[in-house]
Design a protein around this ligand. Structure first.
Ligand code: M6R
Length: 611
């Protein structure tokens, strides 16, 4: 969703703000703006559209301000337009603000402020915030106190960053249910929605917690060690903080010659999985062995692609660990709470660790005393702080909105967890455990083999780039692969695609099949192989086109299907990891051939921080 960057430096910051905004582009946005403080007044530009439009506005202008804030907006209240773009200003132009999130009670606050003669320039929920702060400053509150008073009056979710004409060396940030990170460089300090925004300048970060307010100042800019960082909570209590070192570098967040981040991230999967299935990561489970031995129910919860990882895992969890397991959508969880108690293990899966619905599900579950575990890719994210325990995916930063390497890393760590739980609960033999772990270790090489199928997948994309609909079918854990394939196709190529249980085709969707209708079928050498063959024959009998993702050397399928994309033979637990790759590549090449914006599909945001 929206992206925020704020910076205080000893040199002009406009360039750094723009660079930071570009690195937050992946979050999804439809307008952009920035403001710097120069000679005691705000100089700003904002516009609907992309950062290049903002850059055009800035061209030919020189900005000398050494403090500033920038923003990319993903519209919620009010259309994407210049006047609804951030930053917003107080009536007296002494306070500027940018915001990520939703102020749910903005309507009442706006009415109150209008009665007090505040003038509004936009239709947004955000603008009330800056006028409220103005009122508290006028009533004699210091900036941090004014912000604190306002935060206590806001309902909803927010990451806010303020600057003040009367305090030329001060940025104030506040957060509730939306991410905000402090970056501490040698000559600059930053506040941003995510680390890539300032990674070029520093890897030293402080992850703010919910209900915290930070005041960042940089006194005596040329003197070392004079940066100040002061954190309080919404109750006004001083907070201690921890400076962490980000492990990955700026190259991980750059395209490095690839046409798109998505392709780069698809290619990075063998390495991401190799890092993730490193067995010692599981040592974090050890202190909880007794509790894990005692659980009698597993609930996996997530949204979008991460939910598909949950669905695929359910089968292995039930088969190997012999525990009833459900995969529930984060957006449904709160409104249809399953039975929960302290013997329930809730596993929340999220690349970003900031997805509002997944976080809300975890919070609701925790009220019932469950044991909570996160599978997450972002160190220090909100989710990792809410749960009892986190297993990280070591996918590195995922920039493309379409999730690829995070998905296969999630599947891998969930497979590892499943094997560990089965071992703890003695539902598999030692031999079986070794066999499964060995399979995981061999996975990266097998993934590289699947990646070699690019040519045939690209040809297939070329053949069907004009069709309006795709069907994706699978069974058991590869039903999740079918869902994921369809999601990828919709998300980046804007082609309608539906994921369906193969056995369900004759209960309705078969009516869609004709000579121009392609079905992508995941048919691997597993326990439902014969059933899938019958389902494919049903489609072929009606003249449909079949693109099969099949096990290498399966002659039977080459005779029936129109296209065959081969994957090496694997055990069932890992097959969705390999089968995901052709799905990603087919969507990618179809989208490229349709001229779509691959990394930032329309209307979408990378992390969905509102409900
Ligand atoms: O950050 P999360 O994993 O919690 O995000 C969940 C979904 O929003 C995400 O997987 C989404 O479906 C992807 N854009 C799909 O490619």
């Amino acid at each position: 969703m929206c992206g925020i960057i704020g910076c205080i430096s000893n040199k002009p910051v406009a360039g750094m703000l723009l660079d930071g905004l570009k690195r937050l582009e992946y979050r999804g946005y439809d307008s952009a703006g920035l403001v710097v403080l120069e000679n005691g007044v705000f100089r700003w530009e904002k516009t609907a559209g992309k950062i290049k439009d903002l850059e055009e506005l800035l061209q030919g202008q020189t900005f000398s301000g050494t403090i500033g804030i920038g923003h990319t907006r993903w519209a919620t209240h009010g259309s994407p337009s210049t006047c609804n773009a951030h930053p917003f200003f107080s009536c007296d132009n002494s306070v500027a603000v940018v915001h990520n999130g939703i102020i749910e009670n903005y309507h009442q606050l706006r009415q109150e402020l209008v009665r007090k003669k505040h003038r509004f320039q936009s239709e947004t929920d955000t603008e009330v915030v800056v006028h409220l702060v103005e009122d508290y400053l006028k009533a004699g509150y210091k900036p941090i106190e004014a912000v604190r008073q306002v935060c206590r009056r806001l309902n909803g979710s927010f990451a806010l960053v303020f600057m003040f004409t009367n305090h030329p060396n001060l940025l104030i940030g506040a957060r509730l249910n939306s991410p905000l990170v402090v970056g501490i460089g040698r000559k600059e300090v930053f506040l941003a929605s995510d680390v890539p925004a300032f990674l070029r300048n520093t890897r030293r970060v402080v992850y703010l917690h919910d209900r915290q307010i930070v005041a960042l100042a940089q006194a005596g800019l040329r003197q070392k060690g004079k940066q100040t960082l002061h954190i309080i909570d919404f109750a006004g209590k001083k907070q201690s903080y921890h400076i962490s070192q980000v492990r990955w570098n700026i190259q991980s967040a750059e395209k490095e010659g690839y046409a798109h981040f998505m392709l780069k991230e698809i290619e990075e999967q063998p390495e991401a999985v190799r890092r993730t299935v490193n067995y010692p990561h599981l040592s974090v489970l050890e202190p909880f062995t007794e509790r894990l031995r005692d659980i009698n129910r597993v609930i996996l919860v997530a949204c979008g692609t991460a939910w598909h990882a949950c669905l695929a895992t359910k089968y292995a969890m039930e088969e190997l660990v012999r525990i009833p397991t459900e995969a529930i959508l984060g957006s449904e969880f709160r409104y249809a709470l399953p039975p929960l108690d302290k013997k329930t293990l809730v596993i929340a899966v999220s690349q970003s660790g900031e997805t509002a619905d997944t976080l809300a599900a975890v919070r609701a579950a925790k009220e019932h005393g469950v044991f909570s575990l996160a599978v997450c890719n972002v160190v220090g994210s909100t989710l990792t702080r809410e749960v009892d325990l986190t297993l990280y995916t070591f996918a590195g930063p995922e920039i493309s909105v379409a999730s690829t390497k995070a998905y296969t890393a999630q599947l891998s760590v969930l497979a590892l967890l499943t094997i560990r739980l089965a071992a703890i609960r003695k539902t598999i033999t030692r031999n079986m455990e070794d066999k499964l772990l060995d399979e995981l270790r061999q996975l990266p090489n097998k993934m590289k083999t699947v990646l070699r199928n690019k040519k045939i997948i690209e040809a297939c994309a070329e053949a069907y780039k004009r069709v309006g609909n795709f069907m994706y079918i699978g069974r058991r854990n590869n039903l999740a692969t079918a869902y994921e394939g369809a999601l990828k196709m919709k998300e980046i190529s804007y082609t309608h695609a539906e994921g369906y249980g193969a056995g369900e085709m004759k209960h309705g969707p078969l009516a869609l099949v004709d000579g121009s209708f392609p079905t992508v079928a995941v048919i691997l050498k597993d326990c439902v192989y014969e059933k899938m063959v019958s389902n494919i024959r049903e489609i072929k009998a009606r003249g449909g086109i079949v693109i099969a993702v099949a096990t290498k050397g399966d002659k039977n399928i080459s005779e029936i299907a129109d296209w065959v994309i081969e994957t090496p033979q694997v055990l069932e637990i890992t097959s969705p990891i390999l089968a995901a790759i052709p799905m990603q590549l087919l969507a990618y090449y179809t989208a490229v051939k349709k001229g779509r914006e691959i990394d930032q599909p329309r209307n979408l945001a990378k992390s969905v921080t509102v409900e």
